[in-house]
Design a protein around this ligand. Structure first.
Ligand SMILES: [Cu+2]
Length: 175
């Protein structure tokens, strides 16, 4: 799971920062030595590190945003197996088709008939795999590929009135 990887990487990096602080704190007791040469070296490292971080930041941002499921909103329909219209209303979903096959790439064209709703798609472990706003007069397209069979849930993610919590529908993915 990507969340677990992110957690481990975060903990490792936090550990590295803590170790750096401890190293500085422990070594701060020695006040011997000239400050200027150390400062010179530190500034040289810092200016290199700055550019490393800039390049890393641009690369990481680019790579991690390429995979956002909103390509369909920009009209990119290559590799799409089916499109399903979904209309949110107080307090139910009108869904043109409630099933897909494993491996299929589906584009949900999401709109709303009264007030603003939010469509969240959850897998069988109740992990959210995609979401988009459902707005009257607009169609937002959410592109998802279903890798695992099972019973998925479509739930409203925007408070829309007293029965908001009841806006739950099933979506079945078969082998
Ligand atoms: Cu709602």
């Amino acid at each position: 799971m990507i969340q677990d990887t992110v957690l481990v990487v975060t903990l490792v990096l936090m550990g590295a920062i803590v170790a750096a602080f401890l190293f500085v704190a422990i070594n701060a007791k020695n006040d011997g030595g000239e400050y200027a040469p150390i400062q010179g070296r530190a500034y040289a490292i810092r200016s290199k590190l700055f550019w490393v971080l800039v390049v890393a930041g641009v690369l990481i941002t680019t790579v991690t945003t390429l995979d956002l499921p909103y390509a369909a909103t920009r009209g990119e329909m290559a590799g799409v197996d089916k499109q399903i219209d979904i209309n949110g209303k107080q307090w139910y979903w009108e869904i043109a088709d409630t099933s897909a096959k494993v491996g299929e790439t589906v584009v949900f064209n999401v709109s709303a008939g009264d007030v603003t709703h939010g469509l969240g798609v959850y897998d069988q472990d109740m992990r959210i795999i995609g979401q988009t706003q459902a707005m009257p007069g607009y169609a937002n397209s959410l592109k998802l590929t279903f890798d695992k069979p099972g019973n998925y849930k479509l739930m409203c993610m925007e408070y829309c009135g007293v029965a908001h919590h009841a806006m739950v529908s099933d979506f079945t993915v078969t082998e």
